[in-house]
Design a binder for this molecule. Structure first.
Ligand code: GDP
Length: 269
């Protein structure tokens, strides 16, 4: 039953969805599976992890006022809980289409059970050659999908906002870039992608005058015509982007752990 349900979920049939959900996306190896596994086990110690090619859904809970920790057993304590789903999506390029399609389908309705996106990156891999570019390209697709969703809804009832947490994982590693640097480097790279895409449009043989400005606007991420990109530009589309460092593996003394991410998520439920 479970895989069928999951199929319905990812193919955008919302008939079976009853709980609010959070999607976890990002490049392969970022730590998505480790993260979701640790939350599922409510394990205050690091989880042993495994690589997964498939989607994985776990049911999680926070207490009614959103103050409980991920490690609290709300069933055992009898606390009234708000339940939600966390969906781990495959990071491999070929499988990203399903995740993006899911975002697109959330666009057809003003109300969505999709409450937030956690975009996980490996803070140490970002310091390596090509690391930022690899992390930014998929993020660009996600942010653009959210932006289009908000612009499409402008005429009728405004769709509910879907905020994005860039979870800068593996902060326990001493080669990890700090969150502030990850933020500015991602913004710079997203700006480069934006520029190269708009050039692609102009050099495709279509005269500048022939380009329907509304369509051109459609593929431009953030404030139209702005020189450089920053995440604050997404506010125009009601899309909040936060960059917060943490670590799933490694004891919490060696890094910030995952409490801040949990707080951010709890706040969106
Ligand atoms: P996914 O492809 O995004 O699902 O990534 P995985 O969850 O399979 O994790 C990839 C690798 O990174 C595994 O070997 C994890 O043990 C490791 N990893 C995950 N989180 C952390 C972390 O916070 N710190 C460190 N040092 N390693 C981590």
């Amino acid at each position: 039953l479970f895989p069928i349900w999951l199929h319905m979920y990812l193919s955008g049939s919302t008939a079976y969805i009853t709980l609010p959900s959070v999607v976890v996306a990002g490049p392969p190896g970022a730590g998505k599976t480790a993260f979701i596994t640790r939350l599922e086990r409510r394990d205050p110690k690091p989880a042993t992890t495994y690589t997964s090619q498939t989607n994985n859904v776990v049911e999680l809970a926070i207490n009614e006022d959103g103050t409980s920790k991920y490690s609290d057993d709300l069933d055992a304590s009898g606390a009234v809980a708000k339940k939600f789903l966390m969906v781990d999506t495959p990071g491999h390029g070929k499988l990203r289409g399903a995740t993006l399609a899911r975002l697109a389908s959330a666009s057809s309705t003003a109300e969505t059970k999709l409450r937030a996106i956690v975009y996980m990156v490996d803070s140490a891999a970002l310091a390596e050659d090509g690391g930022i570019a690899a992390a930014a390209s998929y993020l660009y697709e996600i942010l653009l999908a959210l932006q289009k969703r908000m612009s499409a809804g402008k005429s009728s009832k405004a769709p509910s906002a879907i905020p994005v947490l860039v979870a800068a994982n593996k902060a326990d590693l001493f080669t990890a870039l700090p969150a502030a640097l990850i933020k500015t480097q991602l913004e710079a790279e997203l700006g480069r992608i934006r520029t190269s895409r708009s050039k692609g449009l102009l050099s495709s043989g279509v005269g500048a005058d022939d380009v329907d400005s509304a369509n051109e606007n459609d593929d431009w991420l953030g404030e139209y015509g702005s020189k450089s990109f920053n995440f604050a530009q997404m506010r125009e589309f009601d899309t909040e982007v936060a960059v917060i460092a943490g670590n799933v593996v490694g004891d919490d003394a060696s890094g910030p752990g995952l409490d801040k991410w949990w707080r951010w998520i709890a706040d969106k439920m």
